[in-house]
Design a protein around this ligand. Sequence first.
Ligand code: FES
Ligand SMILES: [Fe+2]
Length: 323
Amino acid sequence: MTGIRTFGKELSRLPEQLPPELRGPDWVQANPVLIQEHLDRALAMPTGGWFAIDASSAITGAPRPYRVAGHELVVWRVEGALRVAPDACPHMGARLSDGHVREGRLVCPWHGLELADGKHGAWCPFEAHDDGVLAWVRLPEEGEHPTARPILSERPAVFLDSVMRMEASCEPRDVIANRLDPWHGVHYHPHTFKRLRVIGIREDRLVVRVVYGMSDRVGIEVDATFHCPDPRTITMTIVDGEGTGSVVETHATPLGAGRTAILEATLATSERTGFRRALKAAWMIRPFILKAQRRLWVEDAAYAERTYELRQSADRTSSPRIP
Ligand code: FES
Ligand SMILES: [Fe+2]
């Protein structure tokens, strides 16, 4: 799109001639073999057994049910500390997420069994972690060496965060593959991306120069990288321009067969003097960030579902190459 005015910090000049793989129309550059290679690299990374459950702020003292990787879980807090356990009472199987917390104990709704932090028969809480933005659980995972903490990308020291959660009929790899294809941005989300070029392809990351539209005529231009710190996460980091150091973490958590939760955490930062003031008004700004995130993910979830559908399809005769 031409005729868009950008503001903010001026970015470094690009070389006159980009390498051959970064020339040509987007549909030529968006090479399925290349996307597959990046996806394979991500899928081979360790997870430490950790799964993102939801925004930290979504978990309170009231027990809530979640499904993660086929496990029915109850998630709650005791004096601020995150707790995650199987959602079936060890007595006769009642849903503990229908219970309540009394004096730090989870109380079963059927016969009042009180469960503390430790084991009760076969019932045993899972390892949980709250990183201040997201709530995590560590589950036994085949072939994984458990780590003490989730494997996170670097985050800014000071940030305004918002977390969007949505579910889609696909697998986590479809969500990651969608993000490993930045070339669709301008074509598929013209309301948000006014210009987008992939300007670097490294072994472990893609580098893009993108203009986010503020209106039809004005936008903010930044350079950003996409990389996967683990097989179920892809992180976009602004590396030059307005908001350098801001990250958008997209976590894909398997729920059960063919169903995935997309958790997108935006951690926005800025060196501008007004940013600290903006943090105080986070409650006012957050709904706008969430609305923009959701709008993009409604479309990207459809993309991921389409990829999943094609991969599932028995008739591959006319199918394109799907990561
Ligand atoms: S089912 Fe929980 S106490 Fe009986
Ligand atoms: Fe997209």
